[in-house]
Design a protein around this ligand. Structure first.
Ligand SMILES: Nc1ncnc2c1ncn2[C@@H]1O[C@H](COP(=O)(O)OP(=O)(O)O)[C@@H](O)[C@H]1O
Ligand SMILES: [Mg+2]
Length: 335
């Protein structure tokens, strides 16, 4: 193995990984005209890590998250390898995968209304998760109340008797996180968990992910448009563009010294305060159409540094540090 190939996508902590992706890809659509929503992803997720996934809409963030837990919509075609706890996830019987979804893997989605059953009380739904985990009937109510308390829901004894529509959006999202936490998952995937909520509630909810991690050592993947959220909550960041991870590394490294032109553009496009002004530099152009991607780097058309080779062939991953890697051939030019 060369230095470039060696363990790109590895974190440096010693614990055995929860998830390992090797050359992972997901395609949709017709076989002769596939949409490669995710391609060539190498990634290692370890216990206790909080990983943020950034990138514009359509860059493959949701597909990556659902792909790595085998929860893709029918018709998706997967390539490469997904190891969950060392076992090849796509080679397991579906029955076993379904059991893992209730136990080892939890998912919190953007719109909480679709994930809570409107016909059952909050208490009922939390108790159901606890029951599946083998909590004895006698202590179900007490533990359900405790679970709601842990996510800072006020008057939990009253809330357990209420239905989802009686709760605010922020409150419902907390209930889902409480349910996720009750299951003591090894991996929690949160796909834009706070985008429907206002800023103060976003903050509180994000802190809950940290609390969950601190308490259970679960790994957490958070997809978000808010780079500020990643900066504050995550340990590691993946930047996706047109289905590939174009840069990944520790948050402090990637945000402090972004190396891929897309990461730089994304950071510059986030509103920031300079003196008394709020400034931002939008990324020119559009996310490319995945059906008509050319042979070159997918970002070349929008990249201010692109040179001819960028338009002719795809870049290979480059390792920049122990945990820092990017997908751009212009490493030297961008120092
Ligand atoms: N079920 C699907 N069928 C066909 N194309 C899909 C499907 N899901 C996602 N895609 C396509 O895959 C690409 C990546 O989508 P997605 O993973 O949702 O990106 P993101 O979450 O970053 O916005 C988009 O071009 C999207 O249109
Ligand atoms: Mg998405």
């Amino acid at each position: 193995m060369t230095a470039t190939q060696a363990s790109i996508g590895e974190a440096s902590t010693g614990e055995a990984p929860i998830v390992e992706l090797r050359d992972f890809g997901v395609a949709f659509g017709m076989k002769d005209r596939p949409i490669h929503a995710v391609r060539a992803v190498d990634l290692t997720v370890r216990p206790g890590e909080i990983i943020g996934i950034a990138g514009e809409s359509g860059s493959g963030k949701s597909t990556l998250c659902t792909g790595l837990i085998r929860a893709l919509s029918p018709g998706a075609r997967v390539s490469g390898q997904v190891l969950f706890g060392g076992r090849s996830l796509y080679d397991l019987p579906m029955r076993e995968v379904a059991a893992m979804h209730g136990r080892d893997i939890a998912m919190v989605l953007q719109n909480p209304m679709t994930s809570l059953d409107p016909l059952y009380t909050i208490g009922n739904q939390v108790r159901e998760v606890l029951k599946r985990r083998g909590v004895p009937s006698a202590s179900l109510r007490e533990q359900a109340v405790a679970a709601l308390k842990r996510v800072h829901i006020t008057a939990p004894e009253m809330r357990v008797g209420q239905f989802p529509h009686q709760l605010s959006g922020g409150m419902r999202q907390r209930v889902l996180i409480a349910m996720a936490a009750c299951a003591s998952p090894r991996l929690l995937v949160a796909d834009e968990p706070t985008s429907a909520l206002d800023a103060t509630i976003q903050d509180e909810i994000l802190l809950l992910f940290r609390e969950l991690r601190d308490r259970t050592n679960a790994a957490v993947l958070i997809v978000t448009h808010e780079l500020e959220v990643i900066r504050r909550v995550c340990d590691r960041v993946l930047v996706m563009y047109a289905g590939r991870i174009v840069e990944q590394g520790p948050v402090s490294t990637v945000f402090g010294n972004p190396r891929h032109p897309y990461t730089r553009a994304l950071l510059a496009s986030t509103p920031r305060v300079e003196g008394t002004d709020v400034v931002l530099t939008p990324i020119p152009g559009q996310v490319p159409d995945l059906k008509t991607l050319g042979p070159g780097c997918a970002f070349a058309d929008r990249c201010t540094h692109a040179v001819d080779p960028c338009r002719q062939s795809r870049p290979e991953p480059r390792r920049l540090g122990p945990d820092h890697a990017m997908l751009c051939r212009l490493e030297g030019a961008l120092q």
